[in-house]
Design a protein around this ligand. Structure first.
Ligand code: ADP
Ligand code: MG
Length: 272
């Protein structure tokens, strides 16, 4: 089954792009074909994938035009190491797209329409969303089968995530999404066990989420190597192949792998 995963959070810096990149590379490594889609005008995915900013016609903005003919602008990521991951780039042009979505009759459904009219045969499509609850994340929600919420272990971020859930429940009803995209879970990010507030929230979060039947995945630990890796345009595994933080992604990647079923073909990730 194809999974379309919206990586959503209304807080900037909560680790959406980092999570998107690592899920894509780790699952590519297991043989799954993955598309990263950048719905963020900031275009961080381009940077994190070590690519140069695209021309507007090579971005998701071009896909969302009425004249789109199904020729998805997909660029290979980390192509010396994998053939499994491609990106549909974003960037500043998406600010204009966001304005146009508000006026378009199919606004929130446009991306879902494109994926129905011109299907991609990948196992996983990841929507890396901007830190707003505006028209672009709404469009991602309507096109997704699942969503995942990275959250920093700080009171303000947790409160923001509660607002995000309200937004999710409201809009699933309002947009009449059937089936309703499922909340895969929350992923605590940048966890620093030396900080008391992180430890406290890390302990209390699973029980709070359980009341809403939402899973808390293991936290992604804080490490400067994530920043260094992204600066090199690489996932952590290519930057520091034996870094302990890589194991933090194991539970969520195996959960996604189970949902997707067997990869269509044998892995052809080349060794790092
Ligand atoms: N686990 C982590 N440890 C340390 N720094 C991290 C971690 N995850 C992300 N970062 C850094 O925090 C910043 C924000 O992360 P990013 O993924 O861009 O968040 P968002 O997409 O939600 O804005 C980036 O500089 C990134 O490299
Ligand atoms: Mg981002």
């Amino acid at each position: 089954m194809q999974i379309r995963l919206a990586v959503l959070s209304n807080a900037g810096g909560s680790g959406k792009t980092t999570l998107s990149v690592h899920l894509a590379y780790e699952l590519g490594l297991s043989g799954f074909k993955v598309v990263l889609m950048d719905l963020d005008p900031q275009g961080s995915l381009t940077l994190f994938c070590g690519l140069t900013p695209p021309e507007p016609e090579q971005t998701l903005a071009a896909v969302l035009q009425d004249k789109f003919d199904g020729n998805w602008p997909l660029t290979p990521c980390w192509s010396e190491h994998t053939k499994k991951v491609v990106i549909c780039q974003g960037g500043m042009v998406l600010t204009q797209t966001a304005d146009e979505l508000v006026l378009h009759k199919r606004g929130a459904y446009l991306l879902d329409d494109c994926l129905s009219d011109y299907p991609l045969n990948h196992d996983l499509i990841i929507f890396d969303c901007p830190a707003t609850l505006g028209p672009l994340p709404l469009m991602a929600l309507a096109a997704s089968t699942h969503l995942v919420v990275p959250v920093q272990l700080e009171p303000k971020s947790i409160q923001g995530a509660a607002h995000l859930l309200e937004w999710y429940y409201y809009n699933c009803r309002h947009l009449r999404l059937k089936p309703q995209p499922e909340v895969l879970g929350f992923v605590p990010s940048q966890y620093d066990r030396k900080r008391a507030v992180h430890r406290q929230l890390q302990e209390s979060l699973p029980a709070q989420l359980e009341q809403m039947d939402i899973r808390a995945f293991p936290a992604i630990r804080n490490s400067a190597e994530f920043v260094n890796a992204s600066g090199q345009g690489l996932p952590l595994r290519l930057h520091r192949p034996s870094h302990p933080a890589l194991s933090d992604f194991r539970e969520i990647t195996s959960h996604l792998a189970k949902l997707m079923g067997k990869p269509k073909k044998k892995s052809n990730i080349m060794s790092a």
